[in-house]
Design a protein around this ligand. Structure first.
Ligand SMILES: Cc1cc2nc3c(=O)[nH]c(=O)nc-3n(C[C@H](O)[C@H](O)[C@H](O)COP(=O)(O)OP(=O)(O)OC[C@H]3O[C@@H](n4cnc5c(N)ncnc54)[C@H](O)[C@@H]3O)c2cc1C
Ligand code: FES
Ligand code: FES
Length: 1296
């Protein structure tokens, strides 16, 4: 019966599966229903992964295919998203389209607030959201420009932005042309199918029953029938939104033989206004509740709507729009998760539940006892909630709601609260008070006793002080409470209480200003949560030379080659490949121990599961079991939780998973090493120490005025590509040949290093294909080869095709991520801020196998200097061997950690000297031509230029003054600003990793097929390659096509990574095209007026080969680790970013106000692609440094395994002003067309947000008298920010 995504076996693959638990929005579809009584059609977005198919009877489901397609008509949403560069890998794109489509169906000209709310539930890991927001802005009827109107810098004010650069081509702003957009034509939208209207009408009186093998679904038509069913099946859940029951079933394997679906019963949809309040039917969705309250609130006197407004505040940020549209009020109340946000507010508001059963009706209060599930306060098994009464508030009532989550939107609260106080009329004497908290334990709890003790007290500071102590005493949170963050959660209890205290004082003053004093200026700043402004972007780049022929696409912001197909859902990813005859599905059994001996593997029960065909173990591997470093199937011993032990293959994916559940593995535990500190203690490392040294470290320290020492921890990061790992292995049946379709960055590794040696088959018989990858970020370099080999062994054993797609939690469990980092420093400096010496010891947690960790620690060491010339510098790095899942490559490859580490001690030097941070950075920055610590020449001219431009563009100094002024006025909110320079080294430190090949065919009709070794990960590599081929062959872009990356066409291709994919493959494509053009030259010269097609025909007639391979040997680099010297990198990318933030000192929340990035991208082959990379990487960096936190149990088991527990940035997290500026007139002679690879560089610049927060925290601490240096670890989460803003509440938490 579950879920709709399973139904996509009907070949509608546009709807994507990203998480399966309602958290990512990739599976969004639009549901339309017809309500026969009101004759209304409703449209709403929904997560298809949680939609039971039976619930859709007589509803219309629109998937992305129904919105538009290249075969019929591309819808304006799809077209604009593609033209505005709103897709990169494209995996999130259908979901984005559907969320917007559902909104447009209900609101043809939506407001920006509605648009951002509609996108709350959609995650994108690639774009950084800015282009998506820009696309959708064009539907508001507001300005269709770069959206900076009103800021004085609108792109339509051409004279402002399209200015001439110093000595070159014009600067250009904006990446798409709104004038090209098709108009929206609502008459073209599909109409609700009349047959479904008829069906809904006819079936109004018919009970619907669907029977499956294990489950029965019953949908009654009236309340009487519903109550009879509930009496008959008291344990059957009432399924409305399925957002709670569905998760339990998926996560905990709960099985229900009967479901009752009550949504057709009018009594459960009632909405009525009584004299005392609102009655809302229990089946009303949370989105409907929000809309009702939004309508009612302005119509009623303010004093009556305090509870409604508190509810609205929660409803605006609770979950995403898809979940809000599905989840029901009744389901929310009954499932009563401890962090559900409405229940504390409904309870303090004295809401009443109207219950019904076969035996009659009754009413019960929705209070703390109900929420605790006390028997005499709860529903009886045969009862249901019909409706909920939410009373009007009274004149002397004050009601507030609070929630703080790890992300402002689409994240469940860490702690939430509803608070209410009722005063004796016209006084501030407490007559009644009620406070409930969620998130402190398994249920929502009341501070009932504390409230009772405060009755009769005056609303003043003494009362607040006592209230805080009482609450801390009453609401217990043991130090080992599940979910951790105990101190933080306790601090929130009293911080919320303080906010409530002030809100009430403010309200009292507003009511009777003569009687109650004004809030002090200091305290006013505590009021109000952050309001997100609509993000505004500006992208500025140098236009192409005016003499460049218009048909030459190089240097222009050409749309992603697959942009339209992403938006229509036609783009094919690995798991979209249609079912192959006789294919089997594979699911893996992973280790539950961090370090243990495998004693036995019992497959007998698994083999009995219907549909299970076989179980595959290490014994079935014909050749080498994986690589020297990493086994494909664990043999004898497991070395981390999540290691693959064996695989179950079955006729269906569900059966394979059922088989996995029946597998029994016995272990004998061994001592694990989990942390870097543990590894250092046990001397547990991979490889040798990596060291570079320049100058004389001892002398350097002697010449310092001061020396500081410290440490910093930087957490790891999950790749969280939207497409999980996926592979389809198809044996060809002859000569051991196999086709392997795989989502990878490195097809040759899959083919040669893994499958060929594991199966003992020559590489020439293994054909790997990759059409496109739904995001990778370094995470699909080494790991996909393991999944491919696991599947290939199964295919070899069974002789049948094997499909293996990982669930989100499996992918996060098995694959590892960015290396957690620990660094120790000792830094000497003079009083005027010159750093004289630095002794640096970086460590990374490599996990259980080497993978790419040796290279990562090398890069950490090589890149530690970032933008600074430290005359005496020693860096000694180690990769620690532990029993965590093996960490791997991740965008930036060590630099995001080492760079942050360096900037942290630079910041500490600033604090210690009392000099501004930017001064320390400027004084120590590389200038002009220099040598790096490993003696590579470095021209820092553009580094200084980026820094200066960034200073200027961001108006750094005037904004810094404004920030300081703001901070003087606001005690409880603080702003911070930081500017960070960057030197990023591109590529690999070995020449052979830069080689590339291409194969270009020209067909006799003149069309061109380009193939090269690079893989499309969303970074637009193929778009750039087509641009290059178009320029070199001098044919229009429309003549050139790219099909797939394959080991058949281009052998031995290097991994697509290190920011050099487009550089090196571009050179190879250029080479092939130039060879072809040269061959054609005599023919062209003979007939210069001829057409391309004529020349090709002539060439064919003359037997001129129309196919050529192109080759690029690679950039010459060498690094000698024995001497610690060499040319380690082909070239450097420079940049600078300035960010401004505001923090809430009481909750730890922050918002990103503005970011200005200046990047030295040199001549950009495609500014839209490059700016997209910069923005996307920057937002990924913001995630790394401020919110993404991986948590492990003390036994080494990862807790954060999905979008519910691991938060990547969402729309609400991007800077409200986001400006990217490509430095003009810059050249990179060694690269193709003088371009630079900037796929990774932008990520590090996300740390400008980290240091802006640091600046804000420093302002808080200074004001509170906490002078001296302090350390902030990464990620700088709400918890870390709040706890660093020490105040009397944090102190109170320590004492009570
Ligand atoms: C991705 C995601 C994000 C979320 N984020 C948030 C968040 O930020 N804040 C928040 O507060 N919540 C959040 N939630 C939780 C959400 O609010 C609840 O899951 C939802 O309200 C439950 O409603 P439902 O209709 O889907 O319940 P269902 O799953 O359909 O049912 C839940 C339970 O309620 C019972 N039930 C339903 N209706 C009745 C009735 N009329 N009478 C008696 N019993 C009834 C059922 O028997 C069942 O036991 C999130 C959930 C998801 C999946
Ligand atoms: S797959 Fe449904 S929300 Fe992620
Ligand atoms: S484009 Fe959004 S996840 Fe890749």
């Amino acid at each position: 019966l579950f879920s709709l995504t399973a139904a996509f076996a009907v070949r509608l693959s546009g709807t994507k599966y990203g998480c399966g638990i309602g958290g990512c929005g990739a599976c969004t579809v639009m549901i339309s229903t017809y309500e026969p009584t009101s004759k209304k059609i409703m449209h709403y977005p929904a997560n298809s992964c949680l939609l039971p198919i039976c619930s859709l009877h007589s509803s219309a489901v629109t998937t992305v295919e129904g919105v538009g397609s290249t075969k019929t008509r591309v819808h304006p949403i799809q077209e604009r998203l593609a033209k505005c560069h709103g897709s990169q890998c494209g995996f999130c794109t259908p979901g984005m389209v559907m969320s917007m489509y559902a909104l447009l169906r209900n609101h043809p000209e939506p407001s920006m607030e509605q648009i951002t709310a509609a996108l709350d539930g959609n995650l994108c890991r690639c774009t950084g959201y800015r282009p998506i927001i820009d696309t959708y802005k064009s539907f508001t009827g507001e300005t269709a420009c770069c959206q900076l109107r009103g800021t004085g810098q609108c792109c339509l004010d051409k004279e402002d932005v399209c200015s001439s650069s110093d000595k070159g081509n014009q600067m250009h702003s904006g990446l798409c042309n709104p004038e090209e957009f098709q108009p929206v034509d609502p008459t073209q939208e599909f109409i609700f199918p009349p047959e479904l209207m008829r069906m809904a009408q006819e079936q109004q009186k018919r009970t619907l029953v669907f029977r499956g093998e294990r489950t029965t679904w019953i949908s009654p038509t009236n309340l009487r029938e519903l109550l009879e069913l509930k009496a008959m099946y008291p344990k059957a859940p009432l399924i409305v939104g399925n957002t709670s029951v569905g998760l339990e079933m998926k996560r905990d394997g709960v099985h229900h033989p009967v479901f009752i679906h009550p949504t057709r019963i009018p009594d459960l949809h009632v909405v009525s206004n009584t004299n005392n309040g609102l009655v809302i039917g229990a089946a009303c969705s949370l989105a409907q509740l929000r809309d009702i309250l939004m309508k009612v609130v302005p119509e009623l006197p303010e004093e009556k709507t305090k509870i409604f407004r508190a509810l609205l505040q929660q409803l605006k940020t609770l979950a995403g729009e898809q979940i809000r549209s599905l989840a029901s009020l009744g389901g929310h109340i009954v499932s009563r998760g401890s962090t559900w946000d409405l229940n504390p507010v409904l309870a303090v508001g004295n809401s009443v539940l109207s219950l019904a059963s076969k035996d009659g009706t009754r009413q019960i209060p929705l209070n703390d006892q109900f929420l605790a599930g006390y028997e005499n306060a709860d529903l009886k098994p045969k009862e249901i909630i019909v409706s909920v009464f939410i009373p009007y508030s009274k004149k002397d009532d004050f009601v507030s709601a609070f929630r703080q989550a790890e992300r402002r939107r689409n994240a469940v609260s860490v702690v939430n609260s509803g608070m209410r106080v009722l005063f004796k009329p016209n006084t501030d004497i407490i007559m009644d008070m009620n406070i409930l908290y969620g998130g402190t334990g398994p249920i929502t709890v009341s501070a009932r006793k504390s409230c009772q003790r405060l009755i009769g007290r005056q609303w003043n500071e003494q009362m607040l002080d006592e209230a805080c102590k009482l609450v801390l005493g009453e609401i217990s949170l043991s130090p080992s409470a599940p979910g951790g963050k105990v101190e933080y959660r306790r601090t929130l209890l009293v911080s919320f209480l303080f906010k409530f205290y002030l809100e009430v004082l403010y309200g009292l003053n507003k009511m009777v200003s003569a009687k109650f004093p004004d809030l002090s200026k200091k305290n006013l700043s505590a009021l109000g949560a952050f309001h997100s402004e609509v993000p505004q972007g500006m992208q500025t780049y140098q236009d192409v030379d005016p003499v460049q022929p218009p048909q030459d696409p190089v240097g222009r912001p050409i749309m992603h080659q697959s942009g339209v197909k992403h938006a229509t859902g036609e783009a094919v990813y690995c798991n979209d490949i249609r079912a192959v005859d006789e294919e089997l599905f594979l699911a893996v059994v992973t280790s539950s121990r961090a370090h243990a001996k495998i004693v036995t593997i019992d497959v007998s029960e698994a083999l009995k599961v219907p549909g299970v065909v076989d179980v595959v173990t290490a014994e079935d591997v014909p050749g080498k079991n994986g690589t020297d470093d990493e086994q494909a199937y664990a043999k004898d011993e497991v070395i981390c939780v999540g290691q693959i032990v064996c695989a179950v293959v079955a006729e269906s994916a569900v059966q394979a998973k059922q088989g996995v559940e029946k597998m029994k593995i016995e272990y004998e535990d061994l001592e694990p090493i989990l942390t870097i500190e543990d590894a250092i203690k046990h001397n547990s490392y991979f490889g040798k120490e990596k060291k570079i040294e320049q100058g004389n470290i001892e002398e350097g320290f002697k010449s310092a005025d001061e020396i500081i020492e410290g440490e910093i921890h930087i957490g790891g990061q999950e790749h969280f590509y939207l497409e999980t790992n996926s592979v389809l292995v198809v044996p060809r049946g002859e000569d051991n040949e196999m086709d392997v379709h795989v989502s990878t960055q490195d097809a040759a590794r899959v083919q040669v290093i893994q499958i060929s040696s594991t199966l003992n088959v020559q590489s020439s018989k293994i054909m790997c294909h990759t059409k496109r990858v739904g995001g990778a970020f370094g995470g699909k370099i080494t790991k996909p080869a393991i999944f491919a080999v696991v599947a290939a062994v199964a295919a070899n054993k069974t002789g049948r095709p094997i499909r293996f797609t990982l669930e989100r939690d499996e992918d996060m469990l098995i694959t590892g991520g960015r290396h957690p980092f620990f660094g120790k420093y000792k830094v000497g400096f003079t009083n005027d801020g010159r750093i004289t010496a630095a002794d640096i010891e970086p460590y990374i947690n490599a996990g259980c196998t080497l993978d790419d960790s040796e290279m990562v620690i090398e890069y950490v060491v090589l890149k530690t200097d970032n933008a600074y010339k430290i005359p005496n510098l020693r860096i000694r790095g180690r990769a620690c061997k532990t029993n965590l899942p093996s960490n791997t490559a991740f965008r930036g490859f060590g630099f995001p950690q080492s760079g942050l580490f360096t900037e942290s001690w630079i910041t500490t030097v600033a604090t210690q000297t009392g000099l501004p941070q930017e001064k320390i950075r400027e004084i120590n920055m590389y200038k002009e031509v220099n040598l790096t610590p490993f003696k590579e020449e470095l021209d820092a001219t553009n580094l200084v230029k980026c820094w200066k431009e960034c200073m200027e563009k961001s108006e750094y100094y005037s904004r810094k003054t404004a920030v300081e002024e703001f901070n003087k006025q606001n005690y409880w909110k603080k702003k911070g600003i930081a500017i960070i320079p960057m030197k990023f080294s591109v590529g690999f430190n070995a020449t052979q990793y830069h080689q590339a090949a291409a194969l270009v065919h020209i067909y006799t009709d003149g069309s061109v097929l380009v193939t090269h070794g690079g893989i499309e990960l969303g970074q637009g590599i193929h778009t750039k390659m087509l641009q290059i081929a178009s320029r070199e062959l001098k044919v229009p872009l429309s003549y050139v096509h790219f099909c797939e990356t394959s080991t058949i066409t281009v052998p031995n291709a290097i991994v697509t990574a290190g920011s050099i994919g487009s550089d090196v493959n571009g050179k190879a494509v250029q080479n092939a095209c130039q060879i072809l053009r040269k061959r054609l030259e005599p023919i062209i010269n003979k007939n210069p007026e001829g057409k391309w097609e004529d020349w090709i025909t002539e060439a064919y007639d003359q037997s001129v080969s129309l196919s050529a391979t192109g080759y690029f040997r690679g950039y010459m680099v060498n690094m000698n680790w024995d001497t610690g010297e060499g040319q380690a990198f082909p070239y450097f990318v420079f940049g600078a970013a300035c960010s401004e933030v505001e923090i809430d000192c009481l909750t730890g929340d922050h918002k990103n106000i503005r970011t200005d990035i200046v990047m030295d991208a040199c001549f950009s082959i495609n500014p839209a692609v490059d700016i997209g990379q910069i923005e996307g990487a920057f937002v990924q960096g913001v995630g790394l440094y401020t919110m993404e936190e991986i948590k492990f149990s003390p036994e080494g088991e990862q807790y954060t395994l999905g979008p519910d527990t691991y938060k990547i940035p969402a729309v609400c997290d991007i800077p409200e002003q986001f400006r990217v500026y490509l430095l003009p007139n810059s050249r990179n002679p060694i690269a193709i067309y003088s371009a630079k690879g900037i796929g990774e560089a932008g990520l590090f610049l996300g740390c400008s947000v980290f240091f802006a927060i640091w600046d804000a925290v420093a302002a808080v601490r200074k004001e509170r008298g906490l002078t001296g240096t302090f350390t902030l670890n990464s990620p700088l989460t709400i918890e870390r920010i709040r706890m660093a803003c020490a105040d009397n509440f944090t102190e109170m938490v320590m004492v009570f």
